[in-house]
Write a protein that binds this ligand. Structure first.
Ligand SMILES: [Zn+2]
Length: 1131
C-alpha cells in the first residue's frame, strides 16, 4: 500500500479536497440555510405553491432527523429536510415536493474563494446575491450563525468567506491539509487563486480558440446536438411528437460526429502510441516521465474494498486492459470535431460501467451486465413515453431487475458517464428552469453511493491535483479543453490553465495530451493526496468497542458471538502498524480494560461514579493492536464468561458513551456500541414510550422523534472529534431507537438492529449477526472524511439525507465513511439553464484510508438539459424518485406526522401523473395514464404506504418502524428498493434456462412476480427477497420433489417451524436453489436472514404484509389505489 502522500506535512489543497472552496458560487448553494422554494409546484421560485411559509413550522423537537434544540444551527438544519415537508400546509392534498420559502440569507457568505470567472455567465451569478428574504419564516432561529455554540467545533471556523473545508473538520488532516499559502490565498479577497497552490504553468497559450464565453458555447460540449443547434424543443403536445425530437438527444447519427468544440488539438497520432504503463505498486512513481511525481497506481484492492485481489495487470484501472484495438489504431474520430478527451475516453470504455458491476463479496457481474446491456441508448427514448393505461395494464413488472434509465447523451458521453450504481439522479434529463420542474411535479435530487466497493478504481498519485481555480471542481471527463493549455470548468465555466505537469500523460508516456489523462477519462477516480497536503500524519485506524454486559445482555448471548467473531477477524481489521483498539464494558458501572504491553493479563478497572466519568488510566486503554494482540485476544476469550453470573440489570449507556468519547477524542476513530436494552441509569436514561395497545389503533404514530437530545448532542461532539458511533441494537423489547439512533445518525455511523435477538431462540438472527459482524469488521473504512457535492452553476443543492453532520451548506462531515452508506440530496434550479446542453454533478469524498493515506474519491455525473415537459418525463427515473420521496417522507413523518407524510406521497403520484396528463398528453383518453417510465410509480408509492416505516393499521412495533425509516434514509437506493418493493420469485421449478454462470456456478434466474397472493399457488414454493430478510414460503401442496430434494423433508408437515438454513443436499434442485439464494445474498453488503415458512408459521403475516397489490383491512389494493389516483387526477 502506498505510503506516498502523507509523510510530509502540510498540505494544501487536498484538503481542499473536498473542499476548500465553495462549490458553485454564492448563488448556487443557498442550501438548507436559505431554504429556497426547492421543488415548488409553483411556476416560479417564489412559488405560489408555498403556503408552507405561512404555516408554522412543525415544532422542532429533537427530531430524529431534524430539529432539536440544535435547530438553530444551519448545519443541522440540513438534517431538517423536514421543513420542506412540514411546510406543507394542509394535510390531505399535500405533496412532499414543495418546500417552504425559507427566505433569509445563508448564514454566512458561502466560502467564496471563487473569483468572478471570466465568463459573463459567471458574473451574474456572483452579482446575484442570494435571495434576500429575511428569515421570518425560517425554521432556523438564527440562520446567521452557522453552528450552535454548544457543539461548535473546537476550531473556530473562519468568520466568513473561506472555504468551508478550511474550518472543518477541526483537526487532523482535514483541517490541516491546506498549506499556509493556500490558506492565505483562500481568505484573501481575490478568490480566484484561492487555495490554488499549484503554480500555474510557466507559459500558457493565450490564443483561445474560443473566448471563454458565457456558459457553454452552443456547440462546444460533446455535441450531442447536431450541428451545434440546440435541441429542438419537443412539441409538448402529441405524444408522437417526442419521437422526432428525441433522437436529437440520443445517440449521434451515424454521419459525421456532431460538433463538439471549436478546435480540438489534433491528437490522433499520439493516441496510437498509448501504451499501458506497467502496473506499479502502490505509491510507486510512474517512472520515467518528465514528471516523476505522476504515478498511476491503480486500484489497491484493499482500498477498493474487494477481498479478492485483482490480477496485477488490472491495477492500472482501465489502462492496462485497453482493448488492443485501441492501442493499435490511430485515434479514432481523431479528425472529427468531437472533443478529443471524449474520443479518447470512449475507446477504452466501451463497457464503461463494467468496473462497477461486481457486487461486493460475490459474483454479480454477469447479472448486472445483462441489465446494463438492456440500457441501450435507444431504449429510453420512445419507450419511456409510451402511454400506459395503468388500470388496464396490470402486469407491469419486468421479469428481471429494472435497470437505471440511461440519460439521453451521446454514446461518447454516456460511455464515460458515472455509473448509476454510484451516482443517480431522479430526472435523467434536467429541466431548463425551475418553473418547468415545478410543472413536472417530480422531485429533483441525487442519490449517491460514494464509497461503494468497486472492483476497479483508477487511483492517481500526482503532485498536482487539477481543480478549477474558481469553484474547486476536480478536472473530469466533462470539462472542455479550449486548447492544450486551457480547460473550461463544466460547473462554473471558468477557463483554467492546464498545469505543466498535467501535460504529461504517463499512460501514453507522451507529452501534450492533457485530455488523455486518467482524470479526464474516468468519471470515478481516486487521488492520493500529495504529501505536501498534510500538516501531520492522518489519523491511525482506531477501534473502540463498547459492550453491554448487563444481565439482559448476557441473556441474549450476543457477547460470545461478538468475541468469537472479533477473534476470527482481528487480523483483518483494516489498518496498519498504528492501529489501536480498546474495550469498555458497562452495566450500572463502567469497566475499562488496561491492555498495556507487558501486563500478563488484561486488567479490568471499574469506575462506578457514572455521573462524572473519568478515564482511570488514559494511556493504556487504547493500545496498539500489533503490540498488544495477545492481551486483546485474552480479553476476548474471557469476556463472555466474565459476566456470566451477573444480576445487574441497569444500563448506564450514556455514561459509557461519554467515557468512550473521552477515550477516542484525541485521535478520532470508530466507536462500536452494543446495546441490548433501554438505557435506564445516569445520563441519557430513557423510558419506554411505546404502548403496544396503541400500535394498531393510534390515529397517528407518536414518538418518532427522540425523547432526549443527549444522544444527538453527544454525536455532534463525536463528529467534532472525528469519532463515528455505530450502534448494534440487539433486543427483545422496546429500546427507543428513535432516541438512541441519533448517536449514529449525526456522527455518520451505522445502525444495526436485531429485534428479538437470542442465541437460542432466534438462530436466524444469530446467523445474521455473525455475518454482519464479519462484514463490519473487515469492510473498508475511511476516517476523518468530508464529502462535498458540487453542481453546475444554476443548480442548487439543499436538504441532505443520510447519516452525517452538515458542516456547511454543502459539506458533509463524515467521521467515518463506509462502503455501505448511501446519501441523497434534493436540488432546485436557481437560475435558468438556458444556454446549457448538459450539466454536471460532482461528489468529492476526502478521507483517510485505514493505511493512513489521505485520498480523494471523485465521481462526476453528466446529464442533459431539456426544455420540454415530455423530455423531462421521458427521463424520469422512477426508482430514484421513489427512493428520494421515501427519504422526504421520513422527514415529514418526524417533523409533521405520519399521516401527513402518507398524504404527501400519494399526492406525489397524483401530481406528477396529473401534470403528465395535462401538459404532455394531448389526446385525452379515459383511464389512468402514465408514461412507461413512470408506470411503476403508483405501485411504488403504494408499496411505500404499506412499508413498515409508513404503514398504519398494523401492529408495527415502534422500533421496527423507526429502524425502517433509518434504513430508507441511509441505505443505497438499490437496497432501499428491495425494502420498498420486495422481489418475489417462484423457486420450486427452477431451471437452468437463462441462468447465469458465475465462477462455474449456475445461477438460475427466475422471473420476478407481482406481489399478490394471486401469484402464489399451493403447489409451489416462493422466495421473497425483502433486502435484509428473505422468506421462502412453502405451499401446502408443494410438490414433493421440492420438499425432498431441496428441504430434505418427506412432506409438508415435516417442514420445521424455525427453518432458516437450506440443507446442503446433493441434488440438482438443492444446488439450484442454494445458488440462487446465495447469489441474491452476495449482492448485498449485509446478510439477509432466510425464513422458511408454512401457512401455519408465525412469520406468515410478515410475508403476507409484503403482498403489496392485495387489499388489507387498512389499506387499498393496487387496483383500488389506481382508481383512487384516477379519481384525484380527474378532479
Ligand atoms: Zn469551476
Amino acid at each position: 500500500m502506498s505510503t506516498a502522500g502523507f509523510n510530509s506535512q502540510n498540505g494544501t489543497g487536498t484538503g481542499t479536497g473536498t473542499g476548500q472552496t465553495y462549490t458553485n458560487g454564492p448563488s448556487q448553494n443557498p442550501v438548507a440555510l436559505q431554504q429556497l422554494p426547492g421543488v415548488n409546484y409553483g411556476m416560479t421560485h417564489q412559488s405560489t405553491y408555498n403556503p408552507m411559509q405561512a404555516k408554522a413550522p412543525a415544532p422542532p423537537g429533537p427530531g430524529l432527523y431534524p430539529s432539536g434544540p440544535y435547530q438553530p444551527a444551519p448545519p443541522v438544519s440540513s438534517y431538517q429536510p423536514g421543513p420542506p415537508l412540514t411546510s406543507y400546509p394542509s394535510a390531505p392534498g399535500q405533496s412532499l415536493l414543495s418546500r417552504p420559502q425559507m427566505g433569509g440569507p445563508p448564514p454566512h457568505t458561502p466560502p467564496q474563494s471563487a473569483s468572478p470567472s471570466p465568463g459573463p455567465r459567471l458574473l451574474p451569478a456572483q452579482a446575484t446575491p442570494p435571495p434576500p428574504a429575511v428569515s421570518s419564516s425560517s425554521y432556523y432561529q438564527n440562520p446567521q450563525q452557522p453552528m450552535a455554540p454548544a457543539w461548535q467545533y473546537n476550531t473556530a471556523p473562519p468568520p466568513m468567506g473561506p472555504p468551508a473545508s478550511m474550518s472543518a473538520p477541526p483537526r487532523g488532516p482535514v483541517a490541516n491539509h491546506m498549506n499556509p499559502a493556500a490558506s492565505l490565498a483562500a481568505t484573501a479577497p481575490p478568490p480566484s487563486s484561492a487555495a490554488y497552490s499549484t503554480a500555474p504553468p510557466p507559459h500558457m497559450s493565450q490564443s483561445a480558440t474560443q473566448p471563454p464565453g458565457p456558459g457553454m458555447p452552443p456547440t462546444s460540449l460533446h455535441g450531442y446536438t447536431q450541428t451545434g443547434t440546440a435541441p429542438p424543443p419537443m412539441n409538448p403536445i402529441a405524444p408522437h411528437a417526442y419521437q422526432p425530437g428525441r433522437p436529437a438527444y440520443g445517440p449521434p447519427p451515424t454521419g459525421p460526429p456532431p460538433t463538439m468544440k471549436p478546435a480540438p488539438p489534433p491528437t490522433g497520432p499520439t493516441m496510437a502510441n498509448a501504451t499501458p504503463p506497467p502496473p506499479k505498486a502502490d505509491g510507486a512513481v510512474a517512472g520515467n516521465g518528465p514528471q516523476a511525481s505522476n504515478s498511476y497506481n491503480h486500484v489497491d484492492n484493499k482500498m477498493a474494498g474487494l477481498t479478492q485481489p485483482g490480477p496485477p495487470g488490472r491495477h492500472l484501472g482501465h489502462y492496462p486492459s485497453l482493448p488492443p484495438g485501441y492501442q493499435n489504431t490511430s485515434a479514432p474520430h481523431a479528425t472529427s470535431n468531437i472533443h478529443p478527451a471524449m474520443q479518447a475516453a470512449t475507446q477504452p470504455y466501451t463497457r464503461a460501467p463494467q468496473p462497477y458491476q461486481q457486487m461486493p463479496g460475490g459474483p454479480g457481474p454477469a447479472q448486472l451486465s445483462s441489465s446494463l446491456a438492456a440500457m441501450s441508448l435507444q431504449s429510453s427514448t420512445p419507450e419511456a413515453l409510451r402511454v400506459v393505461n395503468l388500470v388496464q395494464e396490470r402486469n407491469l413488472l419486468p421479469p428481471n431487475a429494472i435497470p437505471a434509465p440511461t440519460p439521453c447523451l451521446t454514446q461518447d458521453l454516456q460511455k464515460i458517464n458515472c455509473s448509476p450504481e454510484v451516482f443517480r439522479c431522479t430526472l435523467t434529463s434536467i429541466p431548463q428552469t425551475q418553473s418547468l420542474l415545478n410543472k413536472a411535479k417530480m422531485p429533483l435530487g441525487l442519490l449517491l453511493h460514494p464509497f461503494k466497493d468497486l472492483s476497479q478504481l483508477p487511483v492517481v498519485t500526482s503532485s498536482t491535483i487539477v481543480r478549477c481555480r474558481s469553484c474547486r471542481t476536480y478536472i473530469n471527463p466533462f470539462v472542455s479543453f479550449l486548447d492544450q493549455r486551457r480547460w473550461k470548468c463544466n460547473l462554473c465555466f471558468r477557463v483554467n490553465d492546464v498545469p505543466e505537469e498535467f501535460m504529461y500523460n504517463p499512460v501514453s508516456r507522451s507529452y501534450g495530451e492533457p485530455h488523455k489523462r486518467p482524470e479526464v477519462q474516468n468519471a470515478t477516480i481516486e487521488f492520493i493526496a500529495p504529501s505536501e497536503y498534510m500538516l501531520r500524519p492522518p489519523q491511525p485506524a482506531v477501534y473502540l468497542f463498547v459492550l453491554d454486559v448487563s444481565h439482559n445482555a448476557v441473556e441474549t448471548g450476543y457477547l460470545n458471538v461478538f468475541c468469537q467473531s472479533l477473534l476470527e477477524n482481528i487480523n483483518a481489521l483494516p489498518g496498519d502498524s498504528r492501529t489501536k483498539v480498546g474495550f469498555i464494558t458497562f452495566d450500572s458501572t463502567i469497566h475499562f480494560y488496561n491492555l498495556q504491553e507487558g501486563l500478563s493479563q488484561p486488567q479490568m478497572l471499574i469506575v462506578s461514579d457514572i455521573e462524572d466519568i473519568f478515564l482511570p488510566t488514559p494511556d493504556s486503554l487504547l493500545v496498539n493492536l500489533n503490540e498488544c494482540k495477545e492481551l486483546v485476544q485474552d480479553l476476548l476469550k474471557s469476556l463472555p464468561t466474565l459476566f456470566e453470573k451477573t444480576m445487574e440489570t441497569q444500563s448506564a449507556l450514556g455514561s459509557a458513551l461519554q467515557a468512550a468519547f473521552k477515550l477516542l477524542s484525541p485521535t478520532g476513530g470508530r466507536l462500536s456500541v452494543f446495546q441490548t436494552q433501554l438505557p435506564n441509569l445516569g445520563v441519557g436514561a430513557l423510558q419506554s414510550r411505546e404502548d403496544p395497545n396503541q400500535r394498531a389503533s393510534a390515529k397517528d404514530i407518536q414518538h418518532l422523534s427522540p425523547a432526549t437530545d443527549f444522544y444527538k448532542k453527544l454525536a455532534l461532539d463525536c463528529s467534532g472529534q472525528q469519532v463515528a458511533v455505530d450502534l448494534f441494537l440487539l433486543s427483545s423489547q422496546y429500546c427507543d431507537l428513535a432516541s438512541l439512533g441519533c448517536i449514529s445518525r449525526y456522527s455518520a455511523g451505522s445502525v444495526y438492529y436485531y429485534p428479538s435477538y437470542h442465541h437460542q431462540y432466534s438462530p436466524a438472527q444469530v446467523e445474521r449477526f455473525q455475518k454482519d459482524l464479519k462484514r463490519y469488521f473487515t469492510r473498508k473504512i475511511g476516517f476523518e472524511a468530508v464529502m462535498r457535492i458540487r453542481c453546475t452553476k444554476g443548480l442548487s443543492i439543499h436538504t441532505f439525507h443520510g447519516n452525517f453532520f452538515v458542516r456547511s451548506t454543502d459539506l458533509l462531515s463524515l467521521p467515518n465513511v463506509n462502503p455501505d452508506a448511501g446519501f441523497a440530496v434534493q436540488m432546485s434550479i436557481e437560475e435558468n439553464l438556458d444556454d446549457m446542453q448538459i450539466v454536471s454533478f460532482q461528489a468529492a469524498l476526502l478521507y483517510t484510508s485505514s493505511k493512513g493515506e489521505r485520498r480523494i474519491r471523485v465521481h462526476t455525473l453528466c446529464l442533459p438539459v431539456v426544455n420540454s415537459l415530455s423530455d423531462i418525463f421521458a427521463g424520469a427515473d422512477v426508482q430514484a424518485i421513489s427512493g428520494l420521496l421515501a427519504c422526504m417522507a421520513v422527514d415529514r413523518s418526524v417533523t409533521a406526522s405520519l399521516s401527513d407524510a402518507r398524504d404527501a406521497m400519494t399526492n406525489a403520484a397524483v401530481d406528477s401523473l396529473s401534470s403528465y396528463r395535462q401538459f404532455v398528453l394531448t389526446i385525452q383518453q379515459p383511464g389512468l395514464l402514465a408514461p412507461a417510465c413512470l408506470r411503476l410509480f403508483p405501485l411504488y408509492i403504494l408499496a411505500l404506504l404499506k412499508q413498515k416505516a409508513f404503514r398504519t393499521g398494523t401492529s408495527t412495533r415502534l422500533d421496527d418502524r423507526v429502524f425502517a425509516m433509518c434504513q430508507l434514509k441511509y441505505q443505497p437506493l438499490v437496497y432501499s428498493m428491495l425494502m420498498i418493493h420486495p422481489a418475489l420469485y417462484r423457486v420450486d421449478d427452477l431451471t437452468d434456462e437463462g441462468a447465469l454462470n458465475i465462477n462455474e456456478r449456475t445461477i438460475p434466474q427466475p422471473a420476478v412476480h407481482q406481489l399478490t397472493v394471486e401469484k402464489l399457488c399451493r403447489e409451489g414454493a416462493f422466495l421473497m427477497d425483502c433486502g435484509t430478510v428473505m422468506y421462502l414460503w412453502i405451499g401446502r401442496n408443494c410438490h414433493p420433489n421440492f420438499l425432498t430434494q431441496v428441504l430434505g423433508v418427506p412432506n409438508y408437515a415435516a417442514v420445521p417451524e424455525n427453518l432458516y438454513l437450506l440443507p446442503e443436499l446433493d441434488t440438482a434442485e438443492s444446488q439450484r436453489t442454494r445458488a440462487f439464494v446465495g447469489w441474491l445474498r452476495d449482492q448485498k453488503p449485509f446478510f439477509p436472514s432466510l425464513h422458511v415458512i408454512r401457512d401455519e408459521s408465525q412469520l406468515k403475516a410478515s410475508f403476507m404484509q409484503n403482498m403489496i397489490e392485495d387489499r388489507t383491512e387498512s389499506a387499498l389494493s393496487y387496483y383500488e389505489f389506481l382508481l383512487h389516483l384516477q379519481q384525484q387526477i380527474s378532479k
